[in-house]
Design a protein. Sequence first.
Length: 348
Amino acid sequence: WKFLRVTPKQSFLIIFFPVFYSGLNFIDLMVRQGNIDNPPKTPLVPGFECSGIVEALGDSVKGFEIGDRVMAFVNYSAWAEVVCTPVEFVYKIPDDMSFSEAAAFPMNFVTAYMMLFEVANLREGMSVLVHSAGGGVGQAVAQLCSTIPNVTVFGTASSFKHEAIKDSVTHLFDRNADYVQEVKRISTDGVDIVLDCLCGENTGKGLSLLKPLGTYILYGSSNMVTGETKSFFSFAKSWWQVEKVNPIKLYEENKVIAGFSLLNLLFKQNRGGLIKGVMDKLLNLYNNKKIKPVVDSLWALEEVKEAMQRIHDRGNIGKLILDVEKAPTPLVRNSSKEDNEKLTSNQY
Ligand SMILES: NC(=O)c1ccc[n+]([C@@H]2O[C@H](COP(=O)([O-])OP(=O)(O)OC[C@H]3O[C@@H](n4cnc5c(N)ncnc54)[C@H](OP(=O)(O)O)[C@@H]3O)[C@@H](O)[C@H]2O)c1
Ligand SMILES: *[C@@H]1O[C@H](CO)[C@@H](O)[C@H](O)[C@H]1NC(C)=O
Ligand SMILES: *[C@@H]1O[C@H](CO)[C@@H](O)[C@H](O)[C@H]1NC(C)=O
Ligand SMILES: *[C@@H]1O[C@H](CO)[C@@H](O)[C@H](O)[C@H]1NC(C)=O
């Protein structure tokens, strides 16, 4: 990366910085498994967000200086020691926010904010259903809902997470429970907003739960990630289009159906300016102590395999972060024989 450091002048709207922390998102698993549309050619460095210090600026960058503490969206390549990204995807870190929090912030909170306030129109007294409520996006959704008075949040999550996250959502169900029945038992006419990251059979269920004028948003397909490396994405897509969406029914029932992809909005549809405005609002909420990223765990870059395994195994509560400067924990420790056997059985 020494080479990169002497070339920032080649493009005038670019910022270079050494990375301290990077966010690990579920989408990174999907990239690795080939479960996304048009993946870039390999070899590639994964990762879409990170934090660090500005080291070099392009010729006419305004508003940033060398030494600024920043976080950024990066179009891949965030899991690195140095990144280079257009200035429109870079944001200053508030004084009170740590670098590790900053790496946990952009993806989860911008996604949650965009869905709740830009795509749907969350207002006082409304109700929201969110899946994977204990995850990075799920916890951001729960916190943003609590900034609006009298919002009811229904969440699903693996049972072992319930104790840790029970205060962040109003009603929590096991991910295997019949959540349609559970929600209807509490709220007979359903919910105003359904956030669905489990594309497929949940689409019909989500739509059936909407109140009149309610909004269903599809924003992920976590359930496409399996033990296999094969992509079922296109299959799921056609299934979804053919069987689940009937526009005439939407019209008769007064329902809104939407999709949301932050990465496409930023990197394919040129909406960096819109996201900058959203980031300002979010940082304001952070400064007023209304929201705060929930960090699950920190990992060395060398431990990315174990970190990915943790999210794959549904073990995370909140966000996983890669710490560029952290030394990896020894995988086999110099401890007792018993401990080593335990570690081996944990597949370390
Ligand atoms: N459209 C966008 O712009 C956008 C942006 C960010 C994220 N997303 C999507 O939002 C979802 C959450 O993302 P995240 O990064 O915050 O991840 P996350 O929720 O922190 O972690 C994944 C969690 O999803 C649940 N899960 C559901 N199906 C799973 C499966 N097949 N394998 C493993 N875990 C599964 C597990 O929780 P439980 O067992 O508790 O359910 C797991 O802990 C993902 O679908 C992601 O692709 C979309
Ligand atoms: C909260 O919202 C619900 C649903 O809109 C409404 O029935 C209830 O009266 C509200 N409660 C308060 C305290 O505003
Ligand atoms: C981001 O990366 C994708 C995949 O390589 C590419 O198709 C897209 O053009 C890139 N966008 C920007 C703004 O660089
Ligand atoms: C490894 O051994 C050293 C020296 O005996 C000890 O200080 C250290 O705590 C051990 N590490 C672990 C993980 O047990």
